[in-house]
Ligand binder design. Sequence first.
Ligand code: NAG
Ligand code: NAG
Ligand code: NAG
Ligand code: NAG
Ligand code: NAG
Length: 321
Amino acid sequence: MWPLVAALLLSSFCSGSAQLLFNKTKSVEFTFCNETVVIPCFVINVGAQNTNEMYVKWKFKGKYIFIYDGGQDNATMDSNFSSAKIAVSELLKGDASLKMDKRDAKVGNYTCEVTELTREGETVIELKYRVVSWFSPNENILVVIFPILAILLFWGQFGILTLKYKSNCTNKKIILLLIAGLLLTTIVIVGAILFVPGEYSVKNASGLGFIVISTGVLILLQYNVFMTAFGMTSFTIAILITQVLGYVLAVVGLCLCIMACIPVHGPLLISGLGIIALAELLGLVYMKFVASNQRTIQAPRKAVEEPLNAFKESKGMMNDE
Ligand SMILES: *[C@@H]1O[C@H](CO)[C@@H](O)[C@H](O)[C@H]1NC(C)=O
Ligand SMILES: *[C@@H]1O[C@H](CO)[C@@H](O)[C@H](O)[C@H]1NC(C)=O
Ligand SMILES: *[C@@H]1O[C@H](CO)[C@@H](O)[C@H](O)[C@H]1NC(C)=O
Ligand SMILES: *[C@@H]1O[C@H](CO)[C@@H](O)[C@H](O)[C@H]1NC(C)=O
Ligand SMILES: *[C@@H]1O[C@H](CO)[C@@H](O)[C@H](O)[C@H]1NC(C)=O
């Protein structure tokens, strides 16, 4: 008797007359970077030969949010999930995964119900959201530290300029440098405040933009500090070229980081900022060196500026006459 019952049960189970089986996935997660979100639902024992034998329903919080009626080849979706769709061409392979735009994706448990002629089955998948930081913690620190260091070094140069080269330079130039330096410092501080660690957002992207773009001003400032102090030498030219290269790297890195949701080019941006700071340091060291040798080394400034001034003056005088 018992073997008969067992055999009957077994045969009905094996014929699978009632159940569709799923390749189970407990949960999937998405981040800020997923444009579209796919909730997987794979039937592993599809028997249907035509999609018109199939019926797919997706349920969220007890409510049907998406229904595909194969007989009518008609899909309807809830207005809160207007972007939801399934790939009908994949249905016969058992793929009833629901795709939707990130804006429609809500975290929670989704139920995938598939019916195929007389067989049916369902599976539950939890959709989770994971917060990913735009930059890694170390990168966040370096992105802010390097520009601030570079600005401090600029103020060091400015200090040397006002203390050691007072006689050489006009007050007007000093005041302009002071104003530009203060402006730059303010912009970088504002940028650093906006650039809070966390997910990519317009806010921290613009903070990063402020920081990186404004470091270009350092090149102009350093050039003017050199010109005011002792003019161009091959060493200062090399420093400025290094700084321009650093700036180009930083700006290219910035563009790549803003375009990609996950900034794989963070190191490029950071090395650019590092080079800018290094050039600023070299400038400061060089100024200190030249300043301490001031008596022995005659400032080549006159050679550059005097002919120019003389030219201007002569022009002015000619106009006066
Ligand atoms: C989000 O994107 C990642 C990487 O592209 C992918 O592996 C993951 O499956 C996506 N998540 C969802 C829910 O679609
Ligand atoms: C089940 O899922 C795994 C990974 O999710 C996949 O590699 C495998 O091919 C799937 N099997 C079937 C029968 O769909
Ligand atoms: C799909 O079904 C809905 C109701 O379920 C109906 O209002 C709509 O007209 C149908 N669309 C098509 C193209 O059959
Ligand atoms: C859409 O979602 C809102 C809030 O999440 C809810 O109040 C509303 O009833 C939903 N609309 C539909 C059609 O489900
Ligand atoms: C989804 O279901 C799982 C298992 O039943 C449960 O642990 C989890 O809390 C549910 N998630 C949500 C967001 O309701």
